[in-house]
Design a protein around this ligand. Sequence first.
Ligand code: ADP
Ligand code: MG
Length: 690
Amino acid sequence: MNVPEMFGSMVFNDKVMREMLPKKVYQSLQNTMIEGKALDDDVADIVASAMKEWAVSKGATHFTHWFQPMTGITAEKHDSFITVDKDGCIIMDFSGKELTKGEPDASSFPSGGLRATFEARGYTAWDPTSYAFIKDDTLCIPTAFCSYTGQILDKKTPLLRSMDAISGEAVRALALFGKKVKRVNATIGAEQEYFLIDKSDYSKRLDLRLTGRTLIGAPAAKGQEMEDHYFGSIRPRVKAFMADLDEELWKLGITAKTEHNEVAPCQHEMAPIFDNANKATDANQLTMEMMKKVAERHGFACLLHEKPFEGINGSGKHNNWALSTDEGENLLDPGKTPKDNAQFLLFLTAVIKAVDEYQDLLRISVASAGNDHRLGANEAPPAIVSIFVGDELDAVISSIVDGVPFKGRESSRLDIGTSVLPKLARDNSDRNRTSPFAFTGNKFEFRMPGSSFNIACTNVMLNTAVADALKEFCDVLEKADDFNASLGALIKKELKEHRRILFNGNGYSKKWEKEAEARGLSNYKRTPDALVHYCDEKNMALFKRHGIYTEEEMRSRLEISLDEYQKAIHIEASTMLEMLRRQILPSSMKFASALASSVNLKEGIGITSYSDKALCSKVSSLCDALLNKTDELDECVSACPEDVEKAAFHAADRIIPLMDEARKLSDELETVTDKSFWPVPTYSDILFYV
Ligand code: ADP
Ligand code: MG
């Protein structure tokens, strides 16, 4: 296999454009891509024609505008290239207009009331900063999705806006240090966790098929306690899957870099090489899709849900985040010279301030019914947002805030009145796995996102909040007479103010929850608790200030998120009811009746059977309790309020506790029911398949 040759072979990338486009057209497209200049119609026609020629040569017959509506998954509507020409012949055609603008029927995508249904028209617009690619014989054109009145209906548009916001402010900040750069990009590396289970087990479980997770299931005799799966040797069948996945991703220009086993049985991870936030987000969306598709080919089902199985770890997505100039300088690298150190401290301070001031937004960006099972459950960071910077950087920050020289380094001080940074040991800073937001040497790793999430939302929050902190800093520093003195004073003041968000200890401990409360940090345990803060005044003001969302767009997003949550719980509860009533109860009752017959038979020949009787009575009483619980759950589900916020709280306060109670009874039944009667594959069947 020639990897360099294969890599990106299905992508209309820079190399292809250079080869296929006239020089002038290529240049004009570059200007659009780098500087965001509008594309001329003539140029679009030429690009479209080259794109079509390339795509057809690769076997493509269709094209689609590939976009990311609020559902979180990517959407596509395929059109074929065929057109009938004047002579009635079929030709393959693709115009600039078709490339730059599409009109999917938008009425069935969630809009949170932004578009009245009678004018449910939306359009998609080409995003030339993310390359077009071929998937399933279809040319996919990454696009943004808006309503005709200009309101945004997708996840890509706000991400692009937030990238512009942070670029603008970071460029300003760098100018203060005498650096002239054109663009600063937020860079993202999204580590993706997932489960692979045998397709035949998956097919037999209604809960997995409809909700992505097991709603019932007693724990297997073995879980993850032996720690023998993490980085363990990979089963040949899984290895074949990973090799195939790598190949598919490489063809799409996705830099799949590492593949390994994770902590839980059947759990794995893939990490790509980082890229700018827009491309990394598109790549992650495609990665998730490819994982599912390739899994099918290998007789697996790929589970991307945050918590497919109770009692073992769920899956997350680590969002590694840094800032990089167009010259390739990483602004979160402490650097080697004192000047770089000072610049690093300014950017570090901006991140600390941003995360403290907008902890609620970061929490909201990872809130979902699925992720509620992970956060704070001793396997993932708590619902409290805090930052881990490591002992050394912590000591530096203490020395700045408290004004005492950094230990042993009195002699080397920066112009800004603080000590020169020590050389940070990378491994040291990566040790704390319990922190939700960890500095790992030259980037931050945000560990709260769920495995099934579109990472756009998290990065919109992060980019915008950091842009806002930088804006505030630049507004002060640009006016300063003595730059170094002002910079020193500003860093000191801000770190002092936002120090409460720094925490190096064990994020899983109860003690931290108490301490965080004393520090005034928010702790929103469930999705609706967090979501209701989305439209808080300060958050609305932030997004308005940077031109990311209007207030109306924010309110619509809140409504969509609340609705998505309550629907997810509703579907889970209904699925559970169906399984309990039509599979679990009838099966256990059959088992009880078999036991009863056996008691009868035995007594007929004069044997008193204690065990059959005892077991029959246990199974029967569990069935009674479970039947009552299903009725209670059914009633509760039917009593769902109309109002979307009330419905979300109804789900969290009432439906979920009842589901937990029903599950407990069902799981107890499972442990006493003859396996040959049990209607669905169990945890040991699924997690320890052969
Ligand atoms: P680990 O976190 O396991 O130590 P690495 O730090 O090598 O592994 O990388 C984890 C992820 O972070 C990878 O996806 C990598 O591409 C990404 N990453 C590395 N540097 C940056 C950066 N400057 N910006 C964003 N992501 C980065
Ligand atoms: Mg990592």
